[in-house]
Design a protein around this ligand. Structure first.
Ligand SMILES: [Zn+2]
Ligand SMILES: [Zn+2]
Ligand SMILES: [Zn+2]
Length: 335
């Protein structure tokens, strides 16, 4: 799929659109502006600031991932140099004394020595009582033009942050080497569920949406919606015939919620792993998600698609289930 088309046609955009990988360059992740005429911010590397505190499962933490300032991805703010993809994580009790009205503003002030300016672009997160939590509104001001006012965490940001925290921070690896490439993060599924546990463990019965069948649907560990009822139209060979409740394929009503929630363009579905997938531009029917999840061989570069070659099993399942989602593919038009 074409990331830019998503942004250009809708005009409003999630922090990072559903398919994280730029066509042709899987090592870059784009942060999209919510208004035209502002640059895309590209992330290639995640870096954990050496001034961060070490992870300890029993200590509460406050963190931020920095995307930019006034549209710049390499900038000085109060004599501090920062780049896109920098993460700062501090113990909550170490910054509590700072004068600011939220913990994320305290964190900002601790690091930059001044109050949070509206043009600062960042994501806020926390580790509280053993749970990782994301706070979309932590740095969300109207002026920063890189956030919309939707609550909740875009899937790609969950993957980026969850992957970086589990592979670089929680295991203390950052203290030897503070950097990890976006390419490495997206080369595996490790840590992608870090921020999902809040929904699934703490409050398993939380109702997020009601689907077209009138069934209450919740987000499962895959990040997809599930209602737990029977799969409609056809059975697939991979599932027990139920929509979720925690993972697997979903019914067309819940798939519709996935598409709406992620603001996906027409023709894009979400496969059973939770990855957005669209049909090959070459044959017009084979679903590909573009993720590097396949075994690399002489005949395959390791990627599912995006336009030819082998599919991952989750995208194969989408093809198998095309009759179920046919209406969505034909009629769904996000406006
Ligand atoms: Zn369902
Ligand atoms: Zn299935
Ligand atoms: Zn795939």
């Amino acid at each position: 799929m074409n990331n830019r088309a998503v942004s250009d046609t809708t005009g409003i955009d999630a922090l990072v659109t559903a398919n994280p990988l730029l066509p042709g360059d899987e090592s870059i992740l784009e942060v999209h502006p919510t208004e035209p005429d502002f640059p895309y911010l590209n992330i290639r590397t995640i870096h954990i600031s050496r001034e961060s505190d070490r992870f300890n499962p029993s200590t509460n933490l406050i963190g931020m991932i920095i995307y930019g300032y006034r549209g710049a991805t390499d900038f000085y703010l109060n004599n501090r140099n920062c780049k896109i993809g920098h993460i700062l994580i501090k113990r909550s009790d170490e910054i509590n004394h700072i004068q600011a009205d939220t913990t994320h503003k305290k964190l900002f002030k601790w690091f930059f020595g001044q109050d949070l300016p509206p043009e600062f672009i960042a994501g806020g997160f926390a580790y509280q009582n053993g749970q990782w939590k994301y706070n979309a509104l932590a740095f969300n001001t109207k002026q920063d033009i890189y956030h919309n006012n939707k609550k909740g965490m875009p899937l790609t940001e969950k993957q980026l942050l969850g992957g970086a925290l589990s592979r670089l921070y929680i295991n203390h690896r950052w203290q030897q080497d503070p950097n990890i490439s976006v390419r490495e993060i997206f080369s595996s599924n490790e840590g992608w569920q870090l921020f999902e546990s809040v929904n699934t463990v703490v409050n398993p019965n939380r109702v997020d949406k009601v689907n077209k069948y009138g069934r209450a649907a919740t987000i499962g560990v895959t990040g997809k919606y599930y209602c737990g009822d029977y799969l409609d139209v056809i059975r697939c060979s991979c599932c027990d015939g139920r929509c979720g409740p925690g993972d697997g394929c979903n019914c067309s009503g819940c798939m519709e919620l996935d598409i709406e929630n992620r603001r996906l363009p027409k023709g894009t579905l979400v496969n059973r792993d939770g990855a957005p997938a669209s049909r090959s531009r070459i044959d017009g029917k084979t679903f590909y998600c573009g993720r590097p999840v396949l075994r690399r061989t002489n005949y395959c570069d390791g990627y599912c698609g995006p336009n030819n070659g082998p599919q991952c099993y989750a995208c194969q399942a989408l093809n198998e289930q095309t009759p179920r989602y046919k209406t969505l593919l034909n009629e769904y038009d996000y406006t």
